[in-house]
Write a new protein. Structure first.
Ligand code: SF4
Length: 393
């Protein structure tokens, strides 16, 4: 098969090489959001790419993207997942959502997961019926009970969004397809909050699982609530959460803790940011441009753009994922700083998320801004596991 791409003059590819494999494609189907979270990396971290985008991905871009996915399905052995993202993806409305999911499912068999990351406000039975019809699951972002959630997740006039989000979550959990549709919750940590309160609140929502993210930040701009590079506010918060989780006879699955414990016990992780598994993550922007992981936006304006940008409307993704630019980007997941490379925690920490390593002075050649927190959590986890082993061996 002969494919002509911009990043490589002529590339002949019959099968995607293992080092070029794509694990996740995050599709920015809507460039705007119906709320205005104050910590959002898309709108409040200095990158302004969103303002030049049309509000929604148009039908020509969707068709071109689906053509690329179809080729990837036939040439890559490993299935990849597609995450619909924004802005807020449900701003698409029912008709556009139906057309998008229909087009995606025409090229993606059901074993290729499609999920939608939403702030939950626009969830309705009709929207969920469409998601169910095309086998697309729904994960909702919520940070905790009202007084915690509404500190940061606010509307465009600064009003809290908790009540509307909760209504969306309840609609999701009561839907006839909830056992498939409900893909769990995603929360951003506020280290000044009480992790036990948050844990019990999420359990009360009967969520199937929850994932926690640290706030964005880097060496030049410390994450909110972190006093210094050596303080462990986030590590301490996670340890308190872990202790609650471990003492619960019916624990709520917590993805980040489960992944870390799996690595400690010799297993593999399911997502980037932990351990040494390289993930192939592509972002397709609303206009079809292929971008790097969009969390990089928080480092500097344009940090998520490839040097030689491609657009799905210009041709196949296959030559692009074999290009030097893509392979270099994939390699960025491995930390290069000497302290990380000789660190006894590297296997588990993996140097953290790329965006957390940034400084104006040394680029991404730094340990994570969360290095002290990671060490604190990893040591606590190792300690708990050792105690368990001592008890039973
Ligand atoms: S960020 Fe810190 S804990 Fe993680 S690998 Fe680097 S030095 Fe080790």
């Amino acid at each position: 098969m002969l494919i002509i791409g911009r990043t490589t003059a002529i590339t002949v590819v019959d099968k995607v090489a293992p080092e070029s494999e794509v694990d996740t494609v995050l599709v920015k189907v809507a460039s705007r959001c119906n709320i205005n979270c104050t910590y959002c990396y898309v709108y409040h971290m200095g990158d302004d790419n969103w303002s030049r985008m049309s509000k929604f991905m148009d039908s020509g871009t969707i068709a071109a993207m689906c053509g690329s996915f179809s080729q990837l399905v036939s040439q890559q052995e490993k299935p990849f997942s597609v995450v619909l993202h924004g802005g807020e993806p449900f701003l698409l409305g029912k008709r556009r959502l139906f057309e998008l999911l229909e087009a995606l499912r025409e090229v993606l068999p059901e074993r290729y997961p499609i999920s939608i990351q939403t702030n939950g406000i626009l969830i309705s039975d009709e929207i969920l019926d469409i998601c169910l019809q095309f086998h697309a699951s729904v994960a909702v972002s919520i940070d905790g009970p009202e007084h915690i959630h509404d500190r940061f997740r606010v509307g465009h006039s600064g009003e809290g969004t908790f009540a509307k989000v909760l209504r969306g979550i309840k609609t999701l959990s009561k839907h006839r397809g909830a056992s498939f549709l409900n893909a769990g919750l995603l929360a951003v940590i506020d280290p000044s909050s009480d992790p036990l309160e948050i844990y019990h609140f999420f359990k009360s929502l009967a969520a199937p699982s929850v994932d926690f993210l640290c706030k964005d930040g880097n060496h030049d701009r410390l994450p909110l609530g972190k006093q210094s590079l050596f303080s462990v506010e986030y590590g301490d918060w996670m340890v308190r959460l872990m202790d609650q989780y471990l003492s619960d006879p019916e624990p709520l699955p917590i993805r980040v803790l489960d992944d870390m414990m799996k690595v400690l016990l010799g297993g593999a992780v399911s997502k980037e940011g932990i351990g040494l598994t390289d993930f192939g993550i592509l972002i397709i922007d609303t206009d079809g441009t292929v971008m790097k992981n969009d969390t990089l936006k928080s480092s500097y304006n344009g940090a998520d753009r490839f040097e030689e940008p491609v657009n799905v409307k210009e041709g196949s993704l296959i030559p692009f994922i074999h290009s030097e630019g893509f392979l270099e980007y994939k390699k960025m997941q491995r930390p290069v700083h000497a302290r990380c490379r000789s660190c006894p925690k590297l296997d588990l920490c993996g140097g953290g998320m790329i965006l957390h390593r940034w400084s104006e002075k040394s680029g991404f050649d730094n340990p994570s801004v969360y290095c002290s927190d990671q060490i604190y959590l990893i040591e606590a986890m190792q300690n708990r596991i050792n105690k368990l082993i001592e008890r039973y061996v």
